[in-house]
Design a protein around this ligand. Structure first.
Ligand code: HEC
Length: 471
């Protein structure tokens, strides 16, 4: 694991810069296998599974000779020890081959072949992807289910559609004006738990504001009543302060908890220094919990903390775009985008600090750690993290009995690698992963429908699929 990365880098670089690496035992020992050498000398800093090499902009070249040179001479000023005095030339060449082979086997991350057909074999069953949406979608961001079987689907550009059972696409009027730039736009949509009687829905979106000629934006939550194909009684029940100029990291996933309160995520807007660790008057980089009219539940964790924003449920988040409720525990589960590597799956508990940017498993694009810490007292560890980043969006637990062997698994969309990830859990530990529908397109949302089927929204062209197990 990478837990000791920073300690190893620090200790290792000091040691290495002065001395080079010492091999334990005598200097006349026979050559070791590359796997053994990698585990002994490299894994502590570069990850057991070559995590740090998988997704790298190579600085010193990734041809075999380049890698061998890096290993032999090191890069003292970067913290990479020289192994020329420790390992034989054959061992160094062996390691270079081993790394090249290791990163080649990460084929899941490199293949870009589009799937042919709509029937997919998975480990447990064969699944047909039935398209349920009609034409006209570009970036479907969120899916909600209406009682009669219609869907509501947001398109990030700013439109909300009712998708009929005949794939008809009807635009809903009365949506908010959105700042549709960068990662912003019209994002999530959910229905009220009592929709059948109050016809109420919630939209998350990037809300613009122009001041002195400069436009800024923030994440906002609008509540509205849906009658026919029109929204009325629109009201912003939450507007995240402070507005920012960036067009990044809006978060924006929403979910009603078992307690009847509305949980939603707001990203740190690309400003990790100012926002995620600041709970005073700062809504960015947080999960919030509010009542459906926008007021604050009396038992929120920071209601009694002077100056703190009382809607905050948890903090220290980067860009959470997956939010769901565990079907048996009722706990809030969340996925968020890490920097490069370090995307997280978290169980969100009240008042907790999820660490960004003080702790992270992610690294900078030049391969250096963003922070020296992956863990710290008072900060939560993820249930699971992804290196390289998959770009997680949408999150759902598989429920019911339609999907044999998947019940209780968690599904996460991958924007970056364009697949759906199935995670098998044993307790709160991820014990197995499967890639589904490889290269299908950027997977933006995944949900369990009230009909017991899984639905998935994919981008460009925008499509919503129902996952139908085949006999
Ligand atoms: C003390 C920590 C440490 C150890 C041990 C270590 N490395 Fe490194 N290595 C680094 C750092 C830090 C860098 C430079 C920053 C970066 O690019 O990750 C680096 C860079 C490299 C590079 C160049 C990467 C590029 O982008 O061009 C290669 C190749 C490499 N290491 C291979 C190895 C191998 C093989 C071993 C084991 C024999 C090893 N390293 C052991 C810390 C370490």
């Amino acid at each position: 694991m990478l837990k000791n990365f920073s300690a190893a880098v620090l200790a290792g670089s000091v040691l290495a810069v002065c001395l080079g690496f010492e091999r334990q035992g005598s200097s006349t020992v026979a050559d070791e296998t590359p796997a053994k050498n990698y585990a002994t000398y490299c894994a502590g800093c570069h990850g057991e599974k070559m995590d740090m090499f998988v997704d790298r902009n190579w600085k010193f070249g990734n041809k075999k000779e380049d890698i061998a040179k890096s290993i032999t001479h090191g890069h003292a000023d970067e913290g990479m020890p020289a192994f020329g005095g420790t390992l034989s030339e054959a061992e160094i060449n062996g390691l270079a081959d081993y790394i090249l082979e290791g990163i080649k086997n990460v084929g899941q991350y490199t293949s870009r072949e589009k799937p042919v057909g709509d029937v997919f074999k998975t480990e447990n069953m064969t699944i047909k992807l039935e398209q349920v949406s009609g034409p006209g979608l570009d970036v479907p961001w969120g899916i909600a289910f209406l009682p009669g079987g219609d869907l509501l689907v947001t398109d990030r550009g700013g439109k909300l559609f009712r998708v009929g059972k005949d794939k008809s696409m009807t635009e809903i009027s009365g949506v908010p004006e959105v700042w549709s730039r960068g990662q912003g736009g019209l994002m999530d949509v959910i229905t009220d738990p009592r929709f059948a009687s109050n016809n109420t829905i919630y939209l998350s979106y990037s809300k613009p504001k122009t001041e002195g000629g400069t436009t800024m934006g923030t994440t906002a939550i609008m509540r509205a009543v849906l009658k026919g194909n029109a929204l009325s009684n629109q009201k912003d029940i939450f507007v995240a302060e402070p507005y920012q100029r960036t067009q990044l990291h809006y978060g924006s996933r929403m979910q009603f908890g078992r307690d009847g309160y509305l949980y939603f995520s707001v990203g740190e807007r690309g400003n990790e220094k100012a926002n995620p660790q600041e709970i005073k008057n700062n809504a960015l980089g947080k999960i919030h919990r509010i009542k459906s009219d926008g007021t604050i539940p009396a038992d929120n964790p920071f209601v009694k903390t002077t100056g703190a924003l009382s809607s905050i449920y948890s903090y220290g988040h980067r860009n959470p775009q997956g939010l769901t409720i565990h079907p048996t525990t009722g706990k809030i589960w969340e996925t968020e985008h890490g920097p490069r590597g370090g995307d997280e799956l978290n169980i969100v508990s009240p008042g907790k600090n999820y660490g960004w940017p003080v702790i992270s498993y992610g690294i900078n694009y030049n391969g250096k750690p963003i922070t020296n810490l992956t863990a710290k007292a008072g900060m939560e560890q993820p249930v699971h993290y992804w290196i390289p980043s998959i770009g997680p969006s949408g999150l759902a637990f598989v429920q019911g009995n339609k999907y044999k062997g998947w019940t209780g698994n968690v599904l996460a969309g991958s924007l970056r690698f364009e697949f759906l990830q199935r995670l098998v859990l044993t307790g709160n530990k991820v014990t197995k992963q499967e890639i589904l529908f490889k290269n299908i397109g950027r997977v933006r949302d995944v949900r369990m429908g009230p009909d017991g089927f899984i639905y998935m929204a994919v981008e460009s062209p925008g499509r919503v699929f129902r996952l139908v197990p085949q006999p």
